[in-house]
Design a protein around this ligand. Structure first.
Ligand code: PCA
Length: 213
């Protein structure tokens, strides 16, 4: 049993590493009550791996983490949609376009993590963060939607959600671009703050955190 299950992803899109897994495994190694599992970046294999991890660890809270290259902040996601539209192939070569995650499923699920309280706590710890209203339409959105469906239908006592993290500085340096980045150690600490907040706060803040576009 673990209080918190963190998942990160395998590298994808030509990258050598994925900071979502680097940071998740780093904080889980420091916190005995956390467990971390790496998910394949594959439409066919990611949700069975997530289900197995939840069945193994029986956590109170599940936090799935993914890389969002180009984002400048840690971004807890608010809504998962029942749509896949892959701009690039996954690691197995699959590229679903305009396919539901779950045929006949609800159009969307909301996170059950206190995303506004999380953003406030992560900012307080000195790491930029904001609420995101789209997890995209690739494997991360699939995992987020699949997670929320699984929790709603089979693990109603478990809360969960998804957070995207920026590139690491090493990835940006290797690519020779000026994309924003977040140090993996700082990212790991921020995931710890996020998880602690998710464990202790069951009713989210009602401060505004929406976006105009
Ligand atoms: N990011 C991708 C998939 C795996 C990951 O780390 C996404 O945002 O969908």
């Amino acid at each position: 049993m673990a209080a918190v299950l963190l998942t990160g992803f395998a590298p994808f899109g030509g990258e050598e590493v994925n900071p979502s897994w680097q940071a998740s495994s780093l904080i889980a190694a420091q916190r005995p009550e956390f467990a971390a599992v790496e998910l394949p970046c594959e439409f066919g294999a990611s949700l069975p791996a997530l289900r197995a991890a939840i069945e193994l660890h029986r956590p109170e809270v599940v936090v799935c983490v993914g890389q969002a290259g180009g984002r400048a902040e840690l971004t807890p996601e608010r809504v998962a949609i029942n749509l896949l539209d892959a701009r690039i192939p996954d690691n197995a070569g699959a590229r679903p376009v305009d396919v539901p995650v779950l045929p006949g499923g609800p159009a969307a699920y909301f996170t059950t993590l206190p995303v506004k309280a999380v953003v406030a706590a992560v900012r307080q710890a000195g790491v930029p963060a904001s609420v995101s209203h789209t997890a995209g339409t690739f494997v991360c959105n699939q995992v987020f939607y699949g997670l929320m469906h699984l929790l709603a239908t089979e693990f109603p006592g478990t809360r969960g959600g998804f957070v995207h993290v920026p590139y690491s500085p090493e990835q940006v340096a290797a690519a020779g671009t000026n994309a924003p980045s977040l140090d993996v150690g700082r990212c790991a600490d921020a995931l710890g703050v996020l998880a602690d907040t998710a464990l202790s706060v069951t009713e989210d803040l009602s401060t505004p955190a929406g976006s105009l576009h």
